[in-house]
Design a protein around this ligand. Structure first.
Ligand code: PLP
Length: 406
């Protein structure tokens, strides 16, 4: 068994308010070492309070709020104020470098990508490219929607991360064939937690006439993001993971030339009334998670967005290397491939199957009170740590020790 050692990287300075003391901003159980922020998110208390006050306001006069004020699909006299969803979209868009008119709210990344996949005019024989690092639920959606039109889906095998970022783009582009119409590519991959060179991938796919939908489920709030400059046709991002918004809150951005014909998975009153109006009303629902997204952005700004992203990144990077050195399994990543999560292979003796991963994940929670993401990948188990400002390096050290004792 290797000794846990800290890597001799210079310790970057971070606000002293980050770390364990900032756990008081969250409702998380303090007896659990929570290294799983990325999976389903964890909204800070402040944001949950903002959401509750939105709900309280809705409940004072639900018909006015939901039917007259929320969207452009309204009953009653035209209003001079922006519909509430449009005002919130404007705030979220400006956080992402985008225009409000190009952005709509959706419940989650899965919904946003289903909207793109069902709307894209695939024909029989066409091909959709995904990668073998793609998120399973999204790949299922691609297979389903392609299959309905007689099209197919091809999963490109990405090279080992140690070959560098450029190799990822080359792999995707060289897989383009004569019938490839659409590529669905992650910005930050799910299990492997790698930042892909998405701008380069988008540019090279579009040069070859292939439309690009980016699955940015893990990007907003985690890494600097200017959505239009990526050069994709569509970009979908979760706000409820790293951007502190309550569940369920995500966005779909569509380039101006890609909005016509783009429909939500649920068709309702907005059909035929333009992109944003159509997505803004998909039946009666609770819009408070969308409307609280600006409060989440405000809270990140109050904490210091660059500071919190920097802290989360440094902890993922340093924590990942600590685990890799404890087990002799560091996959040789460049620092630019790591955002706020790091995936490290586990010692081989711990198993190789999905069942082994599920058993170990539960044993860590029940026996060691550590919540962390574990998965089986190419015949090997890996752990993915997510690091948020309430974590500290000793949380990762606890994980290393718990694994070493298994
Ligand atoms: C890359 C990626 N895409 C999509 C999703 C699905 O997100 P959601 O469940 O919010 O739709 C995830 C979830 O972790 C993900 O990692």
């Amino acid at each position: 068994m290797r000794v846990l050692e800290r890597h001799p990287i210079p310790t970057r300075t971070h606000p002293s308010s980050f770390g364990r003391t900032s756990l008081s901003h969250w409702a998380l159980d303090p007896s659990i070492t929570y290294l799983n922020h990325g999976t389903v998110g964890a909204p800070p208390r402040r944001v949950l309070e903002a959401q509750q006050s939105i709900r309280d306001e809705i409940e004072r006069q639900p018909s006015r709020y939901l039917l007259r004020e929320l969207s452009a699909v309204s009953t009653g006299m035209p209003r001079s104020e922006l519909p509430r969803l449009r005002a919130a979209a404007l705030r979220v868009a400006s956080f992402l470098g985008a225009r409000g008119d190009d952005l709509v709210f959706v419940d989650n990344a899965t919904t946003g990508l289903n909207a793109v996949l069902r709307s894209f005019p695939l024909r029989e024989g066409d091909e959709v490219l995904v990668t073998d690092h793609g998120y399973g639920g999204v790949v299922n959606a691609a297979v389903f929607h392609a299959g309905e039109r007689g099209a197919s889906v091809r999963a490109v095998e990405l090279p080992e991360a140690s070959r560098g970022r450029g190799a990822f783009a080359d792999a995707v582009v060289s897989a383009i064939g004569p019938r490839t119409r659409l590529a669905v590519v992650d910005h930050v991959t799910s299990e492997s937690a790698l930042i892909l060179p998405i701008q380069e991938i988008a540019a090279r796919c579009r040069e070859r006439g292939v439309a690009v939908a980016v699955d940015g489920a893990h990007a907003p709030g985690a890494i600097p993001l200017d959505v239009p400059s990526i050069g994709a046709d569509w970009y979908v991002g979760n706000l409820h993971k790293w951007a502190y918004a309550p569940r369920s809150s995500a966005f779909l951005w569509a380039a101006p030339g890609r909005q016509e014909g783009l429909h939500p998975p649920v068709i309702s009153w907005g059909i035929g009334r333009g992109y944003t109006t159509e997505f803004d009303w998909v039946g009666t629902r609770d819009p408070s998670a969308y409307l609280a997204a600006p409060a989440a952005i405000d809270f990140m700004k109050e904490l210091g967005i660059d500071a919190l992203r920097g802290y989360n990144h440094d902890l993922a990077w340093e924590g990942g290397r600590l685990l890799g050195s404890a087990w002799g399994t560091w996959p040789g990543l460049e620092e630019a491939m790591v955002g706020t999560m790091a995936t490290v292979p586990l010692p081989e003796r711990l198993g190789s199957s999905k069942e082994d991963a599920a058993r170990l994940r539960d044993a860590l929670l029940e026996g060691d009170r550590i919540e962390v993401q574990l998965h089986a990948w190419r015949g090997r188990l890996s752990v993915r740590i997510s690091t948020q400002i309430y974590n500290e390096l000793p949380d990762v050290e606890r994980l290393a020790k718990a694994i070493n004792a298994k």
